[in-house]
Design a protein. Structure first.
Length: 275
């Protein structure tokens, strides 16, 4: 799906198709708001907010066979490839698949539907699904597919925007690419109803530097970015500089105050075989 937006309507994370990562090698990946990518100045806050989740799971993925289901631009899977025994990616979008093959040649990537994964039963140790479940129409079937391809005792790692803070007070998601957003309780129910036991539910929060930026920008650094995008005006130099300064270490991941978190991160286990 492609969304063509004007400068007056696009949001952070919804980049005009003429804007592309300067460092992209091979086929150019058009960014529309459906995914994030490295190397875009005005996208840096959202990219770092996703990047921290991958850093958080590196230990779990070490020396394991990993599937990233919904790998998007490919940067996350490439991070995991530094520590995993193997990484295979599946994504539905043909352009994203071509881009990933060209830019991250050490990754194995297949085009496929996430509710019908092109992997054998019990073929991987870890499934990573970050910022994807909210895009899917048949979320339960996808979770069941994750259970099918995981080995006994395998781990499903899932992140998604926290519905309570991402689309507050709305009946439908703010992002036009989202079909159903989830709270921590709803995400837990989705996982446990479809074959998993949730061992950890954590949230992504602003750390000290970002809390200071919230105060500097009228109470919400996120809203400051969104408002400038909606206004269709050039970003103030100070805002541009603050966005560019963000690093993944400016975010915190912990289980406290889960309902106030920005994104949710679940660790779910497939039961081991009975002995």
């Amino acid at each position: 799906m492609t969304l063509i937006t004007t400068s007056a309507t696009r949001l952070p994370g919804m980049i005009n198709p003429t804007e592309r990562p300067e460092s992209t090698q091979g086929p150019t990946l058009v960014l529309t708001g459906e995914r994030t990518a490295p190397g875009i100045a005005e996208e840096n806050y959202w990219f770092r907010r996703h990047e921290v989740a991958y850093e958080h799971i590196l230990a779990i993925c070490t020396d394991r066979d990993v599937l990233e289901a919904g790998s998007g631009e490919g940067y996350g899977a490439d991070m995991l490839a530094d520590v995993a025994r193997s990484v295979v990616c599946v994504d539905y979008d043909a352009t994203a698949v071509a881009h990933t093959r060209a830019r991250y040649p050490r990754l194995s990537i297949e085009q496929g539907n996430l509710i019908d994964l092109p992997l054998a039963d019990a073929s991987v140790d870890v499934v990573v699904n970050f910022q994807v479940i909210e895009h899917l129409w048949d979320q339960p079937q996808f979770v069941r597919e994750c259970a099918r391809v995981l080995r006994p005792g395998g781990v499903l790692l899932m992140s998604t925007p926290n519905r309570i803070t991402f689309s507050p007070g709305r009946d439908t998601p703010l992002n036009p690419f989202h079909t159903r957003e989830l709270s921590a309780t709803e995400l837990t129910e989705l996982l446990t109803d479809n074959g998993f036991a949730v061992s950890e539910m954590a949230g992504v929060h602003h750390g000290a530097a970002l809390r200071a930026l919230d105060k500097r920008w009228g109470g919400s650094f996120i809203d400051a970015q969104i408002q400038r995008a909606l206004d269709g005006e050039p970003w103030p130099t100070a805002l541009t500089a603050d966005v560019a300064s963000i690093r993944s270490t400016d975010f915190e991941i912990h289980p406290d105050d889960i309902e106030d978190s920005l994104d949710l991160l679940a660790v779910a286990l497939k039961p081991s075989e009975q002995t």
